[in-house]
Design a protein around this ligand. Structure first.
Ligand code: 6GU
Length: 216
């Protein structure tokens, strides 16, 4: 599930140039039984399986014996909703563990004793935390200095000021009568900057008024 996101394009280059190191660990390798099971029935009954604490404890303890971690993050639909602010804060950390849940989730004792924060990527349920972890990694890695070629590019993203980005255009200036706004061709940088700020505000008001009502 990580092969595509972590082995193509910008994230691939970031890894190759040493801007980030991404290491995958299969919890099944830390299973305590011959069938490599890492889940079991829930105490008290009910539907679904629960990921056991043993294999998760083994892999996290092993990783912690090798380096210090800033955070051990559990990817779960009932975590804090991921946003640009969280991406920014994670991008300045050194070492992170992202634990991907499956089935009905992990034994609560993992959350109590190992996890330092919990992240969801939105209000819907995925089959596991892997795709969510790939989303978080992508959003965080692109913020590491040197990963995106234009250093100011990440700063002008949508959401970086709780505003959507302004519309962008490139050549041709006239496509079958559909024209690029004159101001962008004017050469007046100050007028262009003002226009972009206005467009950001207009688009945000129209499409995402919630962003203008402050922090969530
Ligand atoms: Cl982090 N995990 C799962 N399984 N589903 C999700 C999610 C995470 N975030 C949104 N839906």
């Amino acid at each position: 599930m990580f092969q595509g996101p972590f082995s193509e394009s910008i994230i691939k280059r970031a890894r190759e140039q040493g801007s980030v190191e991404i290491i995958l660990h299969d919890i099944r390798d830390y299973s305590e039984d011959k069938h490599k099971r890492v889940d079991d029935y829930p105490f008290g009954g009910g539907a679904g399986m629960v990921m056991q604490i043993g294999p998760i404890a083994s892999v996290i303890d092993k990783l912690k014996s090798e380096r210090d971690y800033d955070e051990v993050i559990y990817m779960t639909p009932d975590g804090h909703r991921f946003n640009q602010k969280i991406a920014n804060s994670l991008s300045i950390k050194t070492n992170l563990i992202l634990l991907c849940g499956h089935y009905k989730g992990v034994d609560q004792r993992v959350r109590e004793h190992y996890i330092t924060s919990e992240i969801s990527i939105g209000d819907y349920v995925l089959t596991g935390g892997e795709l969510a972890a790939a989303v978080v990694v992508d959003a965080v890695v692109r913020l590491i200095p040197g990963v995106i070629s234009d250093e100011t590019s990440a700063l002008s993203d949508s959401f970086q000021d709780n505003l959507l980005a302004p519309p962008v255009y490139t050549r041709p200036a006239d496509f079958n009568g559909w024209k690029v706004p004159d101001v962008l061709l004017s050469g007046h940088q100050k007028a262009i900057d003002t226009w972009r700020e206005e467009q950001s505000l207009l688009r945000t008001r129209k499409l995402r008024p919630d962003l203008l009502e402050g922090e969530e």
